[in-house]
Design a protein around this ligand. Structure first.
Ligand code: GLU
Length: 326
């Protein structure tokens, strides 16, 4: 039987980390080829192409590098891969998943995975996650779903998933909506219909900078007031509660929103921003009146990704449409 083509790329992260010497901290050293060797079952399921595109902690990934990974993944699908799997560090997985999902323009699935336990640790979860991610990438019911994150036998959609625990084995969740699916006895089950998707074209420029600031009690406004002078092209604020800031910040937001797009998200970690509930200075109604946009269900970090992509494509005027979708 002709096996389907599957493409796997390793970028680094804990899944690829090992200590060089006893007593030293783990660092990324394990190649994609070596990861694949830990999952021999895969060779009976697919013809696998594997590449090591990087060996980095995920904190040091950047947008330009992710665009090169995307172009590699696009090429793999054009060459007949039915799905693509990328292994990376989990620290920024929620951001890379959104980044890729906004740009992924194929019916074939792009699946991200990693590990919470490093490669040499007892009970390392990397091989099981790689096998599950590959099952998801090969499954027919994964088509037209965009980017999925597979960790601990759960499937999460790229625009909803978040790392909600720093060290726990089950560190990922999708607040409010839950996982989009799961692996049961090795088969892929989805709990929801495929999402409505509207992929963006590639950004024409990559030099834009989007700031992300968090509202905190009794905060000064020094950084906020200097956002324009510092040359930022957009601003996301992780606001209090349903998308609120202090009265002092509200004045600064109004000045900034006249020049660059400003998105107000919630710092709470779950739930949407409001639109029409509160009228005090710094409330969502006040901030909308002052020219800010509310993030809706998008978390601050994913809102920053969206804004970076839209500004990079000269499409910041479409921001409201994209925020309304979520
Ligand atoms: N816990 C992280 C990981 O799972 C640390 C390193 C990283 O994000 O690259 O990979």
């Amino acid at each position: 039987m002709d096996l389907p083509k599957l493409a796997i790329a390793a970028l680094g992260g804990t899944v690829s980390m090992q200590a060089r010497h006893a007593g030293e901290g783990v660092i990324p050293t394990v190649s994609g080829e070596s990861l694949l060797a830990l999952v021999p079952e895969l060779t009976n399921m697919a013809r696998v192409t594997v590449e090591t595109l990087g060996l980095m902690p995920s904190a040091s990934l950047n947008f330009e590098f992710l665009l090169s990974v995307l172009s590699w993944a696009n090429y793999q699908v054009e060459q007949g891969a039915v799905g693509v799997v990328i292994t990376q560090g989990t620290d920024t997985l929620e951001e890379t998943a959104a980044f890729f999902d906004y740009l992924w323009n194929h019916d074939a699935p792009l699946v991200l995975t990693g590990a919470m336990r490093s490669a040499g640790q007892v009970g390392a979860d990397g091989p099981a996650n790689l096998l599950d991610a590959s099952r998801v990438a090969l499954a027919k019911n994964s088509r037209r779903r965009g980017v999925q994150v597979v960790m601990g036998a759960e499937i999460h959609h790229g625009t909803t998933v978040r790392k909600t625990d720093s060290l726990a084995l089950q560190a990922f969740s999708s607040p409010m909506v839950g996982p989009s699916g799961m692996l049961l006895e090795g088969t892929v089950h989805y709990l929801r219909e495929p999402p409505r998707r509207n992929p963006l074209p590639l950004p024409q420029q990559t030099s834009q900078e989007i700031a992300l600031l968090e509202s905190t009690l009794s905060a000064d406004s020094l950084l906020l007031e200097n956002i324009l002078e510092l040359g930022y092209d957009g601003l996301v604020i992780a606001g209090f509660g349903a998308g609120h800031v202090s009265d002092q910040w509200a004045d600064a937001v109004e000045k900034i929103a006249k020049k660059i797009p400003v998105i107000i998200a919630t710092r709470t970690g779950s739930g949407p921003t409001a639109q029409s509930s509160y009228g005090f200075i710094g409330s969502e109604m006040d901030l909308i009146r002052r020219g800010a946009l509310m993030a809706g269900f998008l978390c601050p970090r994913k809102a920053r990704i969206l804004l970076w992509l839209l500004v990079g494509g000269g499409r910041q005027d479409d921001l409201g449409v994209f925020l309304a979708q979520d």
